[in-house]
Write a protein of this length. Structure first.
Length: 767
């Protein structure tokens, strides 16, 4: 039958059934548990020992599954404010679940059922009991424990109670007593006792032998030496000899090999080694000191990898892994040329900005490989604790260095390529401001004196080549953005995806599946069909995943010899395409215009449709539109009202007509100042009953006086228009210089018309 009781957590103490234990409680939470048990649970509670004695805030999953149900025999308030309690262990219980108590959420409530003692062979139990009694008598005679235990075990008739009583008196380790709690079978516990008593008696014999060897009555100053000699003898007998001097010598040898030039750091490590040398081996601080020394002597204080300075080889290495991206490659070549001329030149801070799947992370790896440097990735997406980057102070339990020093140590050099991924997704809240911490790490004037909170000494980061990545440059913290060399990686065009597939993706997939290019071939039409109808992304991540899936299906079908994939065979292998290629036809639909937008970092054609109906001059907007888009609509309507005569729309009384503007692709959020031109054209076309060709698209914001303003993301928008079959695009004249970044294949296929005032587009489309 399942029961429930409040939980009392014990540190460094074990309570067994049939055992009394006295506790002096100073902890408020423990006092509340005892009072709650007295008031609501007939003086009963459940006792759970903590497995990890150093853990301050244990997780529920770390608590043992076997507990002891105990009875509060008495409790007494002491003058010092503490509560003295005597507990009596009753029986073992199986923990079913732990929950926060309804009356006090800080108290755990345990749901359990009583564990019944299994049936045992009485003859075997009697034999074990008699043998244990013999060992207990021998142990008492050797002054191991008090002879009061003899009276207690005489009263214990059954082996279950007998083993619990004796285990209480036996001086064994905390972890061993946990095994006694978790073992339900008295026969097994009896065997535990036989093993532990034999070991204790052997230790006592050895101690007496050592005492006979060593002279009794030495002076107080020689006691420490005697104890150490005893410990050595015991360890030699047990085969667990440990010499601390060997560890100290190891640290000294490592320190000599580091050849640290910073005298302050050198003195610090030497002092820590001396501190460790004279620290007692039973000191609770020795583990923390050992961990600190391990970090200090394994950091590459004066170790750098040799850079590759052959520009031709570097260019070839980058071209081998990435198609295009000339601007990024140019920056790396410039840095290498400057580094070759002046080795002390500062490393640039590159920030690769672009949509997912365009190769930002793999490009950073390629940069490291081309420069012959080590590579380490640090993801800061969602990070709100600056200690993750610059470490925790040594005063905290379980403290460690930050991710920066961790990367330096794993690379083994002081000049690796460190990739800091997703800097636009860092969080600034009450827990910390990682962007400000990252600023100190990246700043060229400060990072040569970088101090990790755990290391506590300066480490030079000026030789590290930092590469950052982000999806949206607008969301990069301003204090960081000001110090970065931002390089934008935009969406790939159809021809670029085709080239990447042939040159990079397919060879990689063939190698992974133990195939050759001659085994499975793709026609141009098949690749184009896969890219246009089966994927819809800025990069090539989904494309690679789809090609890999297709290759696995061919292997299952055993069609991997001299196979050629054509467009008509894709439906059988991949099913019906998810995305249809846009085919434009001349449709007589007034009030319909294609706008250009950016969604998920890639350009999209976003159709806008409008209609008029009798009303009172209201404007209705639908299609998941946000605040800036609302303002664009209001500006467009006001501009049309102001110029009704110019546009020959006097027959419309806009005060008696309601306007409904709908942005298609309603599942995509739409916001930003770039749709005013499209909205104005759609409304004028509707009023004039003049259809605008669906092969035309436009982007730009309009003012109340008809001027067309600059927009962002022109490259992505034009690539999106090109991919979806648009023929003619109107753009703001102010974006003329942005056309340099647009691929030539896009410029060749699109007719781009630059306009400064709306009158220009009105004359082209309506006059």
């Amino acid at each position: 039958m399942k029961k429930n009781l409040p939980v009392l957590l014990l540190k460094n103490l074990i309570l067994l059934p049939n055992q009394d234990v006295k506790l002096e409680l100073s902890n408020d939470l423990s006092r509340e548990v005892v009072l709650l048990a007295s008031e609501c649970y007939r003086n009963e509670l459940i006792v759970l020992p903590l497995k990890d004695q150093l853990e301050e805030m244990p997780e529920v999953s770390d608590l043992p599954e076997i507990a002891i149900v105990a009875k509060i025999k008495n409790k007494l308030e002491l003058p010092n404010g503490n509560l003295r309690v005597t507990l009596r262990g009753l029986f073992r219980a199986k923990v079913e679940s732990l929950k926060n108590h309804q009356k006090n959420e800080n108290i755990l409530e345990c749901f359990f059922y009583k564990l019944e003692v299994p049936k045992i062979e009485q003859v075997e139990a009697l034999a074990i009991k008699r043998k244990i009694e013999e060992l207990v008598e021998e142990y008492v005679k050797s002054d191991g424990i008090s002879n009061s235990i003899l009276n207690l075990i005489k009263e214990a008739k059954d082996l279950n109670k007998f083993t619990d009583i004796i285990a209480t008196f036996l001086p064994i380790s905390f972890s061993r007593k946990l095994e006694y709690i978790e073992e339900i079978n008295p026969i097994t516990r009896g065997n535990f006792l036989l093993e532990d008593f034999r070991l204790e008696l052997e230790v006592i014999r050895l101690e007496k032998k050592l005492d006979e060897k060593l002279q009794i009555g030495l002076e107080e100053s020689q006691k420490e030496f005697i104890l150490k000699e005893k410990l050595k003898e015991i360890e030699e007998e047990l085969g667990t000899t440990y010499k601390k001097e060997d560890e100290v010598n190891f640290y000294k040898e490592k320190l000599e090999g580091l050849k640290i030039q910073n005298k302050k750091v050198l003195e610090k490590i030497e002092n820590e080694i001396r501190k460790f040398q004279f620290m007692s081996e039973v000191s609770p601080e020795i583990t923390a000191e050992r961990n600190y020394l391990d970090w200090m002597v394994h950091l590459p204080w004066n170790i750098s990898s040799k850079d590759e300075f052959d520009i031709a080889l570097i260019k070839k290495s980058l071209d081998k892994t990435h198609f295009g991206m000339e601007k990024v490659k140019e920056k790396i070549i410039e840095y290498i040329a400057a580094k070759n001329r002046n080795p002390s030149v500062n490393c640039p801070i590159l920030c690769l900005v672009g949509p997912s799947g365009v190769g930002k992370t793999t490009l950073a790896k390629s940069i490291a490989e081309s420069l012959n440097r080590k590579f380490y990735k640090i993801s800061v997406g969602g990070l709100n604790d600056s200690s993750v980057l610059n470490g925790h102070r040594r005063t905290y339990m379980g403290s460690s260095p930050g991710k920066i020093m961790e990367g330096i140590k794993k690379c083994g050099t002081k000049n690796p390529v460190l990739l800091i991924d997703e800097v636009d997704k860092m969080v600034h809240d009450y827990k910390g401001d990682p962007a400000s911490t990252l600023l100190d790490i990246l700043d060229k004037t400060q990072n040569q004196f970088f101090v990790d909170n755990y290391i506590e000494e300066e480490f030079d980061l000026s030789e590290v080549l930092f590469v950052l990545t982000a999806n949206y440059k607008e969301e990069i913290p301003y204090e960081l953005y000001d110090r970065l060399e931002v390089i934008e990686l935009s969406s790939y065009t159809l021809l670029e995806k085709m080239a990447i597939t042939k040159k990079y993706l397919l060879p990689k997939i063939y190698l992974e599946h133990n195939l050759h290019a001659k085994d499975v071939k793709f026609s141009e039409g098949a690749l184009k069909e896969i890219i246009l109808n089966y994927t819809n992304e800025s990069g090539v991540r989904d494309l690679e995943r789809l090609l890999t899936s297709l290759m696995r299906k061919l292997i299952v079908l055993n069609q991997v010899e001299n196979v050629k994939i054509f467009p008509e065979s894709l439906i059988e292998l991949l099913g019906v395409g998810k995305y249809e290629t846009t085919t434009f036809q001349e449709k007589n639909i007034a009030g319909f215009v294609n706008a250009l937008a950016i969604s998920n970092c890639q350009g999209k054609v976003m159709p806008i449709e409008t209609c008029f109906y009798r009303g009172s001059g209201k404007i209705k907007i639908t299609g998941l539109v946000e605040q800036v888009m609302y303002e664009s609509v209001r500006v467009a309507v006001s501009f049309i009202r102001k110029n009704q005569k110019r546009f020959q729309l006097e027959q419309y009384d806009l005060k008696t007509i309601d306007v409904h503007i709908h942005m298609l692709s309603a599942s995509i959020k739409k916001d930003g100042p770039s749709a005013g031109l499209s909205i104005t054209t759609a409304l004028i076309g509707l009023a004039k009953n003049k259809a605008i060709s669906e092969s035309i698209a436009m982007t730009g914001e309009i003012t109340l006086n008809g001027f067309v303003r600059r927009i962002g993301g022109l490259r992505e928008k034009l690539i999106g228009a090109y991919n979806e079959g648009i023929k003619k695009v109107f753009i703001p004249f102010e974006n003329h210089n942005d056309l340099v970044s647009v691929p030539n294949e896009v410029l060749e296929k699109l007719e781009i018309i630059e306009i400064q005032n709306y009158d220009e587009i009105y004359k082209i489309l309506f006059e």
